[in-house]
Design a protein around this ligand. Structure first.
Ligand code: HEM
Length: 540
C-alpha cells in the first residue's frame, strides 16, 4: 500500500537498505524477544500475554521433539529445567505441554478438557478425522466407541476370537521352524508383523493374507506401510500453517493417492461381503467386522436401544452406509477399517519383538517362564486364552516390557485442550497440545526402584494395573480416550508369547553381527532400531 502522495520513486526509496535497516532491526529484536520467552515463540504469542508460568525452553522449535528418541530428549530437557510436572515448548506456531509426572498426567488424560485430539495434515488427508482415534470429542466419536466396544472388543468377542489367534500363533511357530532350518536364525519382526497383520485381516475382513490371493495381501500390506509412513512423517506444514499450500514434502499428494487405493481395495471387499449376505452365506460367516457392521441393525435391535434409534433416523437397512447419529455426520465404514488395520498391527508386533529381545538377553527370566508354562500347561497341547490367568510370571514379563519399552512412549496420539484448564498448579490455555511422557514416568527412579533393570518380579511384589487406573504405568493411556483395543491387544500378546515360549528357547544368533541391540527409534510407535535376529531352539 502506498500513500496517495507517493510516486514510484519514493516507494523505491522507502525500501532502500538504509531505510529498511531500522525497521528490520526493530522487527528482529522483537522476534528475538519472542523467541526468548519460556516455552518459545508459540507461548509468547499465546493469549496468556506473557503470564504463563509453565517453564520451558525458548525458541521456535524444541529440537528434542523431532528426533528418533524424542521421549528421552524431552525427559532430559524437563529435568534440566525442573519442569518434570509440566513443561511448555513450541513447535512452530503450535503450543505444547508435556507431563512427565503421574499427577499431571492424570490431570491431562482424565480431564474432559483434553478429550479432543490435534490432527496432523496427513491424518486428516487419510480421513482419520472420521475415525475414532482422531474424531473430535462428541456424539459421532461416542457412537464409534460404542460400536467398537460392543462388537469388536467386548469380552465375548475377544473370547470367541481365541481360536483364530491360536491358529495364527501356530502358523508363526511353523514359520519359525522353517526359517530356522533354512537360515539357522530368524528375523523375528517379519514373522510377528505378518502374524499380526493376518490377525487384524481375519478380524476385520474374515480373510487371511493368503486368502486374498495373488496381489491382494501384498496390496493391503503396502497400503498399511504407506499410511504408516505418512502418519510418521514430521510434516513442517503442521507447525507452520503458512507453508501448507506448498506441500513441500509431498505429504498431501501421497495421502490423496493412497486414499484412492484404499477406497478401491476396501470398497471391493465390502461389495463381496454384501453379495455373500445377499446369497445367504453370511450366516455361517458372521465373525468378521465387515459382517458385524453389515449386520448391525439386527443385533442392535436385540441389545442396544441407542443404536436402534440411530438406525431409525437413518431409515436404512444398510447400517454401514447410513448411521447418522448427529446432523449430517455420516458414518463411513472405510474409516473404521483403516483405523483398526493401522492401530492393530504395529503395536502388538512391536511389543512382542521387544519382549523376545529381553528373553534372549535374560536367559534366567526366560527359563522361569518356561518352567511356569511347562508346569501349568505342559507340552502336549498348545496354550489357550484360559491358561493365561494361571501364568502370573508371564503376565509380569509383559508388564515389565510395557514399562521399559512402551509402544507409545509419548502415548502416540496427543490431546488438545478445548478450553483453558488447570494442570497441576498451572493454567493451560485452550488450543494447547498436551502430551504425556509415559516413558519418562515409567523410568523415574523416584517412582520405580532401579528403573533401568528388567525385573518382572517387581510386579509380584506390587501388582500395578496397566489398564489406565494407575498413572505410574499407563501404556494404553487413560480416561475417555484410553485405548479401546487394550484387552484385545493384551490377549493377543499373552497368547502368542506363551505359544512361542512353549515351543522355543530364544537364544543369541550365531552371527555376532546380530547381537541384540536395544537402541530405539520412535516412529509412530517405539521400535527396535535394529530388528531382532535370534536363534529359536525347538523345545518340543
Ligand atoms: C500393545 C498394544 C497397544 C498399545 C500399547 C496401545 C496404546 C494406545 C494408546 C497409548 C492410545 C492413546 C490413549 C490415550 O489418548 O489416552 C491408544 C488409542 C487407540 N488404540 Fe491402542 N494400543 C494397542 C493396541 C490396540 C489395538 C489392538 C487396537 C485395535 C485393533 C487399538 C486401537 C486404538 C484406537 C482406535 C485408539 C484411539 C481411541 C480414541 O481416541 O478414542 N489399539 N492406543
Amino acid at each position: 500500500m502506498t500513500s496517495p502522495g507517493m510516486d514510484a520513486a519514493s516507494v523505491f526509496l522507502f525500501f532502500t537498505p538504509t531505510a529498511l535497516s531500522p525497521i528490520l532491526a526493530v522487527a528482529l529484536i522483537a522476534f528475538s524477544v519472542l523467541l526468548m520467552f519460556p516455552g518459545g515463540l508459540a507461548w509468547a504469542l499465546a493469549k496468556t500475554h506473557g503470564r504463563s508460568d509453565i517453564p520451558g525452553p525458548p525458541g521456535v522449535i524444541a529440537s528434542a521433539f523431532c528426533g528418533p528418541c524424542a521421549h528421552r530428549e524431552l525427559r532430559s530437557l524437563a529435568r534440566s529445567l525442573k519442569a518434570v510436572d509440566l513443561m511448555a515448548f513450541s513447535v512452530g506456531f503450535t503450543r505444547f505441554v508435556v507431563s512427565s509426572h503421574p499427577d499431571t498426567a492424570k490431570d491431562i488424560l482424565c480431564s474432559s478438557a483434553f478429550a479432543d485430539r490435534p490432527i496432523k495434515e496427513s491424518a486428516y488427508e487419510l480421513l482419520f478425522h472420521r475415525a475414532m482415534g482422531f474424531a473430535p470429542f462428541g456424539d459421532y466419536w461416542k457412537t464409534l466407541r460404542r460400536i467398537s466396544s460392543t462388537y469388536l472388543f467386548s469380552p465375548r468377542r475377544i473370547a470367541s476370537s481365541c481360536e483364530q489367534r491360536r491358529a495364527i500363533g501356530k502358523k508363526m511357530v511353523a514359520d519359525i521352524h522353517v526359517r530356522m532350518k533354512k537360515h539357522g536364525g530368524v528375523e523375528m519382526r517379519q514373522v510377528l508383523h505378518f502374524g499380526s497383520l493376518n490377525n487384524v485381516m481375519m478380524s476385520v475382513f474374515g480373510k487371511s493374507y493368503d486368502d486374498f490371493g495373488e496381489g491382494g495381501g501384498f496390496e493391503l500390506e503396502s497400503l498399511v506401510k504407506e499410511g504408516y509412513a505418512l502418519l510418521s512423517v514430521f510434516n513442517w506444514s503442521d507447525y507452520f500453517p503458512f507453508l501448507r499450500w506448498l506441500d513441500l514434502q509431498g505429504v498431501r499428494r501421497r495421502c490423496r493417492s493412497l486414499v484412492k487405493r484404499v477406497d478401491a481395495f476396501v470398497g471391493q471387499l465390502i461389495e463381496q461381503h454384501r453379495n455373500n449376505r445377499t446369497n445367504g452365506k453370511a450366516m455361517d460367516d458372521a465373525g468378521d467386522f465387515v459382517d458385524v457392521l453389515l449386520g448391525l441393525e439386527a443385533e442392535e435391535k436385540l441389545s442396544e436401544a441407542d443404536m436402534v434409534a440411530v438406525l431409525w433416523v437413518s431409515s436404512s437397512l444398510d447400517l454401514i452406509l447410513n448411521i447418522c447419529p448427529v446432523g449430517n455426520n455420516h458414518f463411513d465404514r472405510r474409516y473404521m477399517y483403516q483405523e483398526m488395520i493401522f492401530r492393530g498391527t504395529d503395536t502388538v508386533a512391536i511389543l512382542l519383538e521387544w519382549i523376545l529381545a529381553r528373553m534372549v538377553l535374560h536367559p534366567d527370566i526366560q527359563s522361569k517362564a518356561h518352567r511356569e508354562i511347562d508346569s501349568v500347561v505342559g507340552k502336549s497341547r498348545p496354550v489357550g486364552d484360559t491358561d493365561i490367568a494361571r501364568l502370573p510370571y508371564l503376565q509380569s514379563i509383559i508388564k515389565e516390557s510395557l514399562r521399559m519399552h512402551p509402544p507409545g512412549p509419548l502415548l502416540s496420539w496427543a490431546r488438545l485442550a478445548t478450553h483453558d484448564v488447570q494442570v497441576g498448579p498451572h493454567i493451560v490455555p485452550a488450543g494447547t497440545t498436551a502430551m504425556v511422557n509415559m516413558w519418562a514416568i515409567a523410568h523415574d527412579e523416584s517412582i520405580w526402584e532401579n528403573p533401568q533393570e528388567f525385573r518382572p518380579e517387581r510386579f509380584a511384589e506390587e501388582d500395578v494395573s496397566v489398564l489406565g487406573s494407575d498413572l505410574r504405568l499407563a501404556p494404553f493411556g487413560a480416561g475417555r480416550r484410553v485405548c479401546p483395543g487394550k484387552a484385545m491387544g493384551l490377549a493377543t500378546v499373552h497368547l502368542w508369547l506363551a505359544l512361542l515360549l512353549q515351543n522355543f528357547e530364544f537364544a543369541p544368533a550365531a552371527d555376532p553381527d546380530h547381537a541384540v541391540d536395544l537402541s530405539e527409534r520412535l516412529k509412530m510407535s517405539l521400535e527396535m532400531e535394529k530388528p531382532l535376529v535370534c536363534a529359536a531352539v525347538s523345545r518340543t
